[in-house]
Design a protein around this ligand. Structure first.
Ligand SMILES: [Zn+2]
Length: 413
């Protein structure tokens, strides 16, 4: 199938007008000026007025969480069988909202690994998934109820080895307090410099990339100096943090969504202490994000999907929040595709290139002038994962790879 007459954002930038994209089964066969396809006689789709992009990548999701206010309470009630179903539903829902790859940064008892393997092998029609397993935190640290609590460098090393043994793709370490854990302050660093350094070094020995939940400067610096690959959240970044992050080419995954959702929930039963923390953090967060962006720092999209009032299916709204906080739409699109693919080490995805996987999002209109065209699902027209339609409002399915594998929880909206 030849997709022609649409604009093409290839993950890095807009191609000159007049390019077309040829699909061949599960792959992109070729992207070239339309004239290069002169002898082609197969099916064609006229995408005038549409834009073709790589499928989006959510670098910070929690498949086991469903947006409930009190995840610890919920999770205690759910069996592993129920949690597994929930992971499948959330993965499928994300795909149907344009997320063709995602990274789970904190699951429950490794049930998400089974779902990851089923999606990655095609047994379930879902996104490509990378997963950290249990995040590692100090005793009583942020969201400790689902984490692996570890104290002292030796125990942190053991906790990293446990995740690797269970089959993780990456390691997540909690550097500071969080918004929703009672009695935990955002400005406190949690793991010491020695603990963080030991954890990152152990992950690096086995070639596992590392991510750190880090809200405030001391924790950010501990993580960055230890050699972390990505800072998650980065609510308060001072000049020293920004300098050190730039020097080490650290990716910021800002996750602006969860604070937005929490503050927007206003009447949703959020305790006052959590709401106070959220307001305190939100103002600073946008400034820190903009400062790192203006300084030329690498930024990837992550929506912290699954956190309170932030259910799966809306991750692309993170792009809108990044633009609202001062990012150019074209850079937000890159953050949600090419930069995210690099962070997750997704070979052959995240960019539209010859012979890459046919992970595509087609939207009506021009997201380079209006990011809402991608951020808001109502404008999505076609979503392909490995060439197979997860959404088709263009009526092209007859000429595409059939969707195989179990597709539980297919959402309609
Ligand atoms: Zn998270």
């Amino acid at each position: 199938m030849l997709l022609m007459h649409g604009s093409i954002f290839d993950g890095e930038g807009l191609l000159p007008p007049g390019h077309a994209l040829l699909l061949d089964g599960r792959k992109i066969a070729k992207i070239a000026p339309l004239a290069a396809f002169e002898g082609y006689s197969g099916p064609r789709a006229d995408l005038t007025g549409h834009t073709i992009l790589p499928g989006l990548i959510d670098c910070h999701a929690h498949l086991t969480l469903g947006g409930e206010l009190n995840p610890s309470e919920q999770l205690q009630r759910l069996s592993h069988a129920e949690l597994t179903l929930r992971c499948i539903e959330n993965a499928v829902t994300s795909l149907s909202a344009g997320i063709t790859s995602l990274r789970d940064l904190g699951g429950v008892d490794h049930v998400e690994f089974t779902v990851r393997d089923a999606c990655n092998s095609g047994r379930i029609f879902g996104p490509t998934i990378r997963a950290a397993g249990k995040f590692i935190c100090m005793t009583g640290g942020t969201n400790f109820f689902i984490g692996r609590q570890a104290d002292g460098p030796q125990d942190v090393v053991k906790a990293v080895r446990e995740q690797i043994h269970a089959g993780c793709d990456c390691i997540k370490l909690m550097a500071t307090g969080g918004v929703l854990t009672p009695g935990v302050r955002l400005e406190h660093a949690q793991f010491t410099c020695e603990e963080m350094t030991a954890g990152v070094a152990e992950a690096q020995r086995f070639d596992k990339p590392t991510a750190s939940h880090a809200m405030t400067p001391q924790g950010v610096l501990n993580a960055v100096r230890a050699g972390i690959n990505s800072i998650e959240h980065g609510v308060v970044l001072d000049d020293e943090c920004i300098g050190e992050m730039l020097a080490r080419n650290v990716v910021l995954v800002p996750t602006l969504m969860p604070l937005h959702c929490l503050i927007g929930a206003n009447e949703g039963g959020v305790p006052q202490w959590a709401m106070d923390k959220a307001h305190w953090a939100n103002e600073r967060h946008r400034k820190s994000f903009k400062a790192y962006y203006d300084a030329g720092g690498r930024i990837a999209m992550g929506a912290d999907t699954g956190t309170p009032f932030n259910p799966h299916g809306n991750s692309a709204m993170e792009l809108q929040h990044m633009v609202d906080a001062g990012m150019r739409p074209i850079d937000a699109l890159k953050a949600g595709t090419a930069t995210a693919a690099d962070l997750l080490r997704l070979e052959g995805r995240g960019r539209l290139r010859d012979s890459h996987a046919a992970d595509l999002l087609v939207v009506a209109g021009d997201p380079v002038t209006d990011i809402g065209r991608v951020a808001s699902r109502q404008h999505h027209r076609l979503i392909l994962k490995d060439g197979r339609p997860a959404l088709d409002r263009l009526g092209l399915s007859a000429n595409l790879e059939p969707s195989t594998g179990t597709a539980l929880g297919r959402v309609s909206f």
